[in-house]
Design a protein around this ligand. Sequence first.
Ligand SMILES: NC(=O)c1ccc[n+]([C@@H]2O[C@H](COP(=O)([O-])OP(=O)(O)OC[C@H]3O[C@@H](n4cnc5c(N)ncnc54)[C@H](OP(=O)(O)O)[C@@H]3O)[C@@H](O)[C@H]2O)c1
Length: 348
Amino acid sequence: MAKTPILFLGATGYIGGSVLSRLLSHPSRDDFDITALVRSPEKGEKLERFGVKAVIGSLKDIPLIEQLAQNAHIVFSTADSGDLDAITALLAGLKKRHATTNDIPTLIHTSGTGVLTAGDAATKGLGISERIYRDDNPNDIESISPTTVHRNVDIAIIQADKEGYLRSYIIAPGAIWGIAKNQLVEAGVSNNYSKGFRLLVQASIARGQAGIVGKGQALWPCVNVEEQGDLFIILYDAIISSPGAVGHGRDGFYFGESGEYLWYDLAASIGKALVKRGTSKSDEPTPFTDEELAKYFGSKEFGEFFGTNSRAQAPHSRSLGWKPKLIAQDFLNNIDADVELATKNQQA
Ligand SMILES: NC(=O)c1ccc[n+]([C@@H]2O[C@H](COP(=O)([O-])OP(=O)(O)OC[C@H]3O[C@@H](n4cnc5c(N)ncnc54)[C@H](OP(=O)(O)O)[C@@H]3O)[C@@H](O)[C@H]2O)c1
């Protein structure tokens, strides 16, 4: 029997490593023919040892993306939630596949609950939004502003599903936390930490005190990296076992969420970890100045993202049988380990 051709984007990443490592130990592993696009030849070589075909290239190699997509029945897209050019090429390749083989490929794409922050930087950590989005309510999802981060990509994907040449499933995690532990991390292939969260920790270390945007009064969803990895595989298994029963396209949005944290509480936990290491004298978070936001986050506008509201509930993901157990307090309790890793990496 022919193996299932799978294209994997983002294998060396924090999310991608946790998903690909699960595919490598999946009961149907022997039926998978996995191709991963990677930028680093060294990491590509390591991946080959896991029986993954590594193609060296970038999301910027548009003809390559199109060609790889044309060969894939299943695509896991975990590299970049916001690269419209790459997704357009991916969709073009999948469309050609459909036109030439009649196959209806499956695209599992990673977005993020950043899509829910439209206009919210205006609150700058000054108040909790009452607007909560549910992933089982397509009208809720369609009401998201097309101008928010990641949203143009999600819209293009949902449109492709509507045209009928593929089935799309969008997983949108909140802030993913925890130090990823899997065979690809151990092999030096994949990241074990979240870069967005790391920025916040590094900014706090650099200024010698935990920082908040405004008063830190805004909420975000969070999810543990291992439980987030599980959601991808639970969704994949559901699609394979009963494709007709799993919502796709307009009905195919799945949040990764198992609790909400207040930005102030997150900063206070970082503050405690800094005091413990003598990096800060006080664990009391103080507001970032505009200059600090620009300095530590690249721009004031991007820095203010760390004070937005993003409120999501994931009954759709849970309806697949996903049962995340770790809540926001677990995230806060784990901050010390994250700060330890960030400190070590900085010294390395
Ligand atoms: N982490 C979170 O909390 C979170 C939550 C929701 C959504 N997201 C989004 O999900 C995506 C992945 O996040 P992550 O945390 O896994 O990030 P990450 O650890 O930085 O991983 C990104 C992966 O994508 C690859 N990649 C990026 N740009 C590429 C390009 N131009 N060509 C080829 N490969 C490229 C990276 O390859 P290299 O190893 O070569 O760099 C890496 O494998 C991001 O768009 C992020 O915004 C993240």
